[in-house]
Design a protein around this ligand. Structure first.
Ligand SMILES: NC(=O)c1ccc[n+]([C@@H]2O[C@H](COP(=O)([O-])OP(=O)(O)OC[C@H]3O[C@@H](n4cnc5c(N)ncnc54)[C@H](OP(=O)(O)O)[C@@H]3O)[C@@H](O)[C@H]2O)c1
Length: 250
């Protein structure tokens, strides 16, 4: 029997836009109530809330900036609003450009704070108050290869990948923790679709994936009754090849 998502309460970080919005929508279509976390996208978050309520589920908004320790107490705030959190999707992240040449400790710290420390604190806090919850962390298919131009980001995602596996053991059986590693899905904020077109040749299936495919993998992991510490690469096979050897064409 699959874990029934109907009537569960989910917190989706960075749920106002893009992949987070697709995951929130897919969860709502499964009947889960959604607490949408956002940092700066208040109007988009309100729009998503309206759409989710039209799907017949409850929805709440929570603002928090993870770069300013906004993850502290977020699980408690979400639990108070909703009556209890059953599902956590750690989706929010930053993706700034940096190379090893120009990497700074401040930049690395900021990436770690938002992309790894915040998800970890949310998992740890959820483990303290829940005896039966599920978590999906968003990683990156570049973890299996290389990323010349996002050094601070990729290091922070490596940390999240390791913490995902550690937490999957440490917080079991109360939390079932798994991850999705997206490949080429959406251009980074500020870049157009030509970014995707240029990089499609690095994907064995020679195409990009959709946010809905990431959401479908997250739903699969959440419904599972027997997965822990698993990572699903949704990337057209990109993690199988060393696609980023040499300077990135950015
Ligand atoms: N896009 C891709 O092709 C791709 C590829 C590989 C991996 N991924 C991973 O998949 C996930 C979703 O990707 P995406 O491209 O949809 O993400 P995104 O648009 O770059 O970011 C998602 C959300 O993160 C929130 N966020 C940023 N800084 C924050 C902060 N300081 N505090 C709290 N929240 C903050 C933002 O919320 P506000 O808008 O409210 O500020 C943003 O909407 C990420 O974890 C990403 O690393 C994506």
């Amino acid at each position: 029997m699959a874990w029934d998502l109907r009537g569960r309460n989910a917190l989706v970080t960075g749920g106002a836009k893009r992949i987070g919005k697709a995951i929130a929508t897919a969860l709502a279509k499964e009947g889960a109530n959604i607490c949408i976390h956002y940092s700066s996208s208040e109007s988009e978050a309100k729009e998503v809330k309206t759409v989710l309520e039209c799907l017949g589920v409850k929805s709440w908004l929570l603002q928090a900036d993870f770069d300013k320790n906004g993850y502290e107490g977020l699980i408690e705030r979400a639990a108070e609003e909703t009556g209890g959190i059953d599902i956590l999707v750690n989706n929010a992240s930053i993706f700034p450009q940096s190379t090893l040449r120009d990497m700074t400790l401040e930049g690395l710290s900021s990436n770690i704070r938002v992309n790894a420390w915040a998800p970890f604190v949310l998992m740890r806090d959820l483990a303290r108050i829940s005896e039966s919850a599920k978590v999906v962390n968003l990683l990156d298919s570049r973890l299996s290869g290389y990323d010349w131009t996002h050094a601070e980001y990729i290091l922070s995602k490596h940390l999240l990948a390791v913490v995902t596996k550690m937490a999957a053991v440490e917080y079991a059986p109360g939390l079932a923790i798994n991850a999705v590693s997206p490949g080429l899905i959406l251009p980074p904020p500020g870049k157009g679709m030509e970014y995707i077109e240029r990089l499609k040749k690095t994907v064995p299936l020679k195409k990009r994936g959709s946010p809905e495919e990431i959401a479908a993998a997250a739903i699969y992991l959440l419904k599972s009754e027997f997965l822990a510490g698993e990572v699903i690469y949704v990337d057209g096979g990109r993690h199988l090849i060393e696609y980023d050897r040499g300077p990135h064409p950015d």
